[in-house]
Design a binder for this molecule. Structure first.
Ligand SMILES: Nc1ncnc2c1ncn2[C@@H]1O[C@H](COP(=O)(O)OP(=O)(O)OP(=O)(O)O)[C@@H](O)[C@H]1O
Length: 260
């Protein structure tokens, strides 16, 4: 929790090598609509950080600023040691090759097989795969990680919603990213499939030591996956803490997130 809550112990500040994302005083408005009003966030190495905020609170805007898809009005954003604002397009592309994305709805290309979907980011980030002529072992490894090696030649239309999400996860990890951004990873899935996806996210964190920023409305997902959480309310990082710390908060705005 933030300083106002005296019951929560203060954590030691991470060193710069331990920081994967640092957002300082991020501000973004659209006309009169002030969406981000001084948002701060730090993601540490190997950590799963969940950001929760109600619909329209600015989570997607924050992620877009983070990966250089949207320019903030002001603020500092550092990702993997690079200041986003100072990167040219080539440098931004190179940085993105270290970032895996899993967006809502899986976003697989319908006209490509599962294998082609997985090869797509590899083609886009050729430089990272220089010298690798046979992509098959990498595709297989990524699919094995999500238990779907047998689907390589199928089309997305032949997969269930849960399988599509797994393939999208395989596509996110094929670049062996240092950081994964998950936008609503369990949305639209039934509780059992959601659990399976969360389990896979945890496996990936353990196997590859990736850091993850997870945007979700799903309280169960946040409970299982998060080491730390930030609640985005009124354009700022309103509250921070572990799931247990936040669910025990007396603050009505924090409380509202955990009411079923
Ligand atoms: N390109 C844009 N132009 C104008 N307004 C925008 C633009 N992008 C986002 N907004 C506004 O910014 C606010 C935050 O939007 P954002 O998509 O970040 O919300 P969110 O927290 O991700 O919501 P959800 O959980 O529903 O996805 C909204 O009021 C939205 O209308």
């Amino acid at each position: 929790m933030k300083i106002e809550d005296k019951t929560v112990p203060i954590r030691e500040a991470p060193t710069s090598e331990e920081i994967v994302i640092k957002i300082k005083d991020l501000r973004k408005c659209f006309g009169d609509n002030e969406v981000l009003k001084g948002f701060n966030m730090v993601l540490r190495k190997g950590e799963n950080l969940v950001v929760m905020g109600k619909s329209g609170s600015g989570k997607s805007v924050m992620i877009k600023c983070l990966v250089g898809l949207m320019a903030p009005d002001s603020g500092i954003i550092e990702v993997l040691g690079k200041n986003i604002d100072q990167l040219d397009q080539m440098e931004l592309d190179e940085l993105r090759s270290d970032i895996g994305f899993l967006f809502q709805g899986s976003a697989l290309y319908d006209s490509m097989t599962v294998r082609e979907n997985l090869e797509f980011p590899m083609r886009r980030h050729r430089k990272k795969f220089e010298g690798i002529t046979d992509t098959l072992p990498l595709v297989k490894e990524a699919l094995e990680n999500v238990g779907l090696a047998h689907t390589m030649d199928l089309m997305p239309s032949e997969l269930s919603g849960g399988m599509k999400r797994r393939v999208a996860l395989a596509r996110a990890i094929i670049l062996k990213p240092k950081l994964i951004l998950y936008d609503e990873p369990t949305s639209g899935l039934d509780p059992i499939t959601s659990k399976e996806i969360i389990e896979l996210m945890r496996n990936i964190q353990h196997k590859y030591g990736t850091s993850a920023l997870i945007i979700t409305h799903d309280v169960d997902c946040a409970r299982v996956i998060s080491e730390r959480m930030i609640l985005l309310v009124d354009g700022i990082n309103y509250a921070e803490g572990t799931f247990t710390e936040l669910i025990g908060s007396q603050d009505p705005k924090v409380n509202a997130f955990f009411k079923k």
